[in-house]
Ligand binder design. Structure first.
Ligand code: GLP
Length: 259
């Protein structure tokens, strides 16, 4: 007797209503306030991102932390635990272009945290694949991510999950596209050949397992990819589109990014 093929219910796509604010400064202010509120009642670690979008967010966060009453500020500092999404392979944490150095400049120093409270993959690990497995396991051992902060790549990547990426991919070592290396050349004196060819990134599996996801997008150059990510049927060719399946996704964008 022939068995009929098992039927699977496709994951639900949830309608998204972005929060649209006037400009990048207003977005940074709102996102920083959400991060701080999360840290005042921390449950699981924060998931953090780097990039031009996040630099003003971390600056606002330091400013808002400085305005808290000392006991509250101490609570945020003492309980801080975060995992960054990604790191370039081959860069030492002391290399100014590494994401570790970026976080040290933009977050650890200004907030007065201990470096060990802000965790990233080790870009210098002798075996990047093993390091990716170790880092993914460290996130899991910490209980998974609570609030995951995400920027958006111009080709639709999140973290360094380049197209094509399906929603089940876990933390791993990836090869960066020419597109992404050009996008990130600014961190390497404008020389895209200096951008490492590989990176370690949390996968969509870890990102989609976060309790809440906060996608932050600013600037007119992201308008087209943001619209596609929110409106087109989810596809591996546009990794950010899988976020439509997340039950607690918040999108905060400026008016330029909303076109
Ligand atoms: C980078 C990072 C992402 C970041 C995104 C957007 O390649 N891996 O985590 O969110 O691209 O960067 P930006 O904010 O500079 O546009």
């Amino acid at each position: 007797m022939r068995r009929s093929a098992p039927t699977t219910t496709p994951p639900t796509t949830i309608p998204i209503t972005p929060i649209v604010l006037a400009d990048a400064a207003a977005v940074a202010n709102r996102v920083a306030a959400l991060l701080l509120a999360d840290r005042l009642r921390p449950q699981r670690p924060l998931g953090l991102a780097t990039g031009r979008t996040m630099a003003p967010v971390y600056a606002c966060l330091a400013q808002q932390l400085g305005q808290l009453e000392p006991p509250q500020a101490a609570r945020v500092r003492d309980s801080w635990c975060s995992f960054n999404l990604d790191e370039y392979v081959g860069l030492a944490p002391g290399d100014p272009a590494s994401f570790a150095a970026t976080m040290a400049r933009q977050l650890v120093g200004p907030l007065g945290l201990a470096p060990a409270q802000v965790r990233l993959p080790d870009g210098q690990a002798a075996d990047p694949d093993a390091e990716a497995r170790r880092y993914g396991a460290a996130v899991a051992a910490a209980g998974g991510i609570g609030l995951q902060l995400l920027g958006l790549g111009l080709n639709g990547h999140v973290g360094f999950n380049e197209p094509p990426s399906d929603p089940a991919v876990a933390c791993r070592c990836v090869t960066l596209s020419g597109h992404t290396r050009r996008q990130n050349a600014g961190g390497f004196g404008g020389d895209c050949d200096a951008v490492p060819e590989q990176a370690i990134t949390l996968g969509l599996a870890e990102i989609l397992s976060a309790r809440r996801v906060l996608l932050v997008v600013t600037g007119a150059e992201k308008a087209a990819i943001l619209r596609r990510a929110l409106e087109e049927p989810p596809t591996a060719d546009l990794p950010a589109s899988w976020l439509q399946h997340h039950p607690a996704l918040t999108v905060i964008a400026d008016a330029d990014a909303m076109g």
